[in-house]
Design a protein around this ligand. Structure first.
Ligand code: THU
Length: 159
């Protein structure tokens, strides 16, 4: 029997080691936690997505009494970007979260549905999206969404 070996290389750094452009994106994601509507989970997530032309679109999680109706911060930001600028590929997304008035110590990672949604953009534009995950202990820098979702279903087999 053969084995497939899937590996993921991510960088882990302090905020002050980020480039100016990445720092701006992370700060935007942190700020967006304040616009979250999360009365049920009290987990306030912010996301900021940068397009290839430099523009930043922002989002936060929006919950609902009918729980599945709510939407994560990442998809809120991503869909805002895609619907306003469908011709421009996203190149980077930053995510941050607060709970009980404090940013999480551990970097927050996107859920499976958000990974799948963002993966579609990487396929659509043939352009990886770097992922910056903020925590007070540091920032993870992931080279692409695909690397966070191995063995992806990317629709290429659809007729
Ligand atoms: N949430 C996000 O917005 N993004 C993530 O990466 C993880 C989870 C939201 C969904 C829900 O409103 C709350 O956080 C708790 O799961």
């Amino acid at each position: 029997m053969k084995e497939l070996n899937i590996s993921l290389k991510i960088q882990f750094c302090e905020l002050n080691e980020l480039s100016q452009s990445d720092l701006e994106l992370v700060e935007a994601a942190k700020e967006m936690t304040l616009t979250s509507y999360a009365p049920y989970s009290r987990f306030q997530v912010g996301a900021a997505i940068r397009l290839a032309d430099g523009r930043i679109f922002r989002g936060s999680n929006q919950e609902n009494a009918v729980f599945p109706v709510g939407l994560c911060a990442e998809r809120t930001a991503f869909f805002a970007a895609q619907s306003s600028a469908p011709e421009v590929p996203p190149v980077c997304i930053a995510i941050a979260a607060q709970t009980q008035g404090h940013f999480t110590q551990q970097p927050v990672t996107p859920c499976g549905s958000c990974r799948q949604a963002l993966l579609e953009s990487e396929m659509r534009y043939d352009q990886p999206i770097r992922v910056l995950l903020f925590g007070t202990e540091g920032v993870y820098i992931v080279p692409s969404v695909k690397s966070l979702l191995p063995l992806t279903f990317d629709g290429s087999e659809l007729a």
